[in-house]
Write a protein that binds this ligand. Sequence first.
Ligand SMILES: [Zn+2]
Length: 285
Amino acid sequence: MPIFRKPAFNIGGNAKKLQIPAGTFQACPSCSAVLHQIELEQNQRVCPHCEHHFLIGSRDRLGHLLDPGSFQEADADMEAVDVLNFRAAKSYKDSLAEYQKKTGLKDSAIGGLGRIEGKEVSVAVLDFAFLGGTLGSVAGEKITRCIEAATERGIPVIVISAAGGARLHEGMFALMQMAKTSGALAYHSAARLPFISVLTNPTTGGVIASFASLGDIIVAEPKAMIGFAGPRVIKETTHQDLPPGFQTAEFLEAHGLVDMIVHRKKMRATLSNLLGYLHQEKRAA
Ligand SMILES: [Zn+2]
């Protein structure tokens, strides 16, 4: 038995433990500042201290880009089918159900018609929060239909990418979306209509290897990771050290693969300017 009894360790008397709901605060991965979610949302999910661009949901992004109330979503109910009966740690069907519940989206892409400062555009956005923004048959079909709608109406198309590549759960059905979207863009280009590709963090794999790199103008968000294979794979294959800043938007701009880097808060004004330079709307006489 101890001679001296230790007092019970107590730092706050009878004060109740402060309850902070999970996800209220988020640390900036770039400058480590602790940010409140509301502060982050109000700043278009850009760190107010170091300008780090956080991931942003596809609906929020459209909300910041398009004229209020102008978005007419197309094919909103289109859902993926598990044609390969794919099973890994989890079945594809279960993964789809899980991400649909988590994000409120049916698949990784949404698209439709909208206006930017009055200019009509057909627009599609990939959402990284849905299975890594992967390009499957639904995203490919939605993007293709957006491009075709633009060709039919004689208007520009904008695709905003944030993707981990083609969706492996769909095998060849995912890969063929690369050719399908590119084919639709060839018809759109033949009609002398502009396509603006916006690359956000990250844009990789089958997405950058198809429609995302085919823009008449390619715009990227600052410090976005853009590339086909990851740096580790390239290093192991080529046995060479990669240059500093490899696969960032800034590196690609310096090497001519990206036309301009645009801060998220200036994206709407920049896209509006580009649309004005590249396309003259046909007005009813
Ligand atoms: Zn920061």
